[in-house]
Design a protein around this ligand. Structure first.
Ligand code: 6CS
Ligand code: FE
Length: 305
């Protein structure tokens, strides 16, 4: 187990939140880290075609990751957590700005044995190891509820931009998996990704305020790309809508440009969201923030899954 040194820092290949105008930087690193790309070939459930899709688009879908029984079990777990007063009062729980309903619960794999088991499941961690070509650890886990009638969306952003600037993640060698527990429709705030956008790092304008996460996890403003950059990426790559049945999943690269709309339908859009980082990519000092974010949002101890 390694505890990352908050003082150390490698060269900053992706400067962001430091200039007064946005810059588009070509990604230097691979997306799938097989042996030919500096990682190692890890056998697993993703076929070579699926790995090639992930390299090209920055994401790959798994139409049926969980069985209907498993979905029901995790949905019950989400309800248990969201209605537990101790969990609701915990700093790891974020409530919606408007309705005060639970929006997200972070570090959920430490609050739920069932979710801890799912994290370690070959269908989940195994796929992440294949993509990252190394052992992996949980950088962040959360459940998103996006309740009906007002679950707020997530504006366009690159997760890696935040994790680099605020958590000190050196390279985009991290992959997220979003596992749907309710059906994701186009109309109830499904994940949207610009396919291929992971190959461009959009440097953002605006300094990171202290304790930024207290605002950004409810509604992110700093670290969101400018309209011109978003227009250029959308024109170049298009926008994919990741609809899917409950039990489906999407694995997506840390630098995909993605977002999701608000949910004004009666149908919640709940998912389990787990971020795997390569053990070779442990956090350093933030590249562009006054202080590291708390461990429940960005793990600073590397515990290989
Ligand atoms: O800041 C973060 O770490 C979180 N924010 C968003 C909108 N997506 C990634 C991550 O969960
Ligand atoms: Fe995100």
């Amino acid at each position: 187990m390694t505890v990352t040194d908050p003082g150390a820092r490698t060269a900053d290949r992706y400067p962001t939140r430091v200039a007064d105008r946005p810059v588009l930087i070509d990604r230097a690193e691979p997306t799938v880290w097989g042996a030919a790309a500096g990682g190692r070939d890890v056998p697993g459930l993703l076929s070579s075609e699926e790995l090639a899709t992930h390299e090209r688009d920055g994401f790959v879908t798994v139409p049926q990751l969980l069985s209907a029984e498993e979905v029901a079990g995790y949905a019950a777990e989400l309800d248990r957590l969201a209605t537990d007063p101790a969990v609701r009062a915990d700093e790891r729980t974020i409530v919606e700005k408007t309705s005060q309903q639970v929006r997200s619960i972070f570090e959920v794999h430490t609050l739920s044995d069932a979710i801890a088991a799912l994290v370690a499941d070959e269908r989940v961690a195994g796929r992440a190891r294949q993509i990252l070509g190394s052992d992996v650890y949980v950088h962040q886990s959360r459940i998103n509820y996006k309740p009906g009638f007002g679950g707020a969306g997530f504006y366009w952003h690159s997760d890696f931009e935040t994790w680099h600037a605020e958590d000190g993640m050196p390279s985009p060698r991290a992959v997220s998996i979003s596992i749907s527990l309710t059906e994701n429709f186009a109309h109830n705030g499904c994940l949207m990704i610009m396919p291929g956008s992971h190959r461009t790092f959009v440097s953002c304008v605006g300094e990171t305020p202290a304790d930024h996460y207290k605002e950004s996890l409810r509604e992110q403003e700093i670290g969101t790309p400018d309209p011109e950059s978003l227009t250029a990426l959308a024109n170049r790559h298009g926008i994919a809508m990741l609809t899917g049945k409950a039990g489906s999943a999407t694995l997506f690269d840390s630098n995909c440009m993605h977002g999701s709309g608000s949910n004004i339908t009666p149908y919640p859009r709940s998912n389990i969201f787990i971020v795997f980082n390569s053990v070779e990519n442990a956090l350093e000092a933030p590249f562009s923030a006054p202080a590291p974010r708390p461990a429940h949002v960005a793990a600073r101890t590397v515990r290989p899954v």
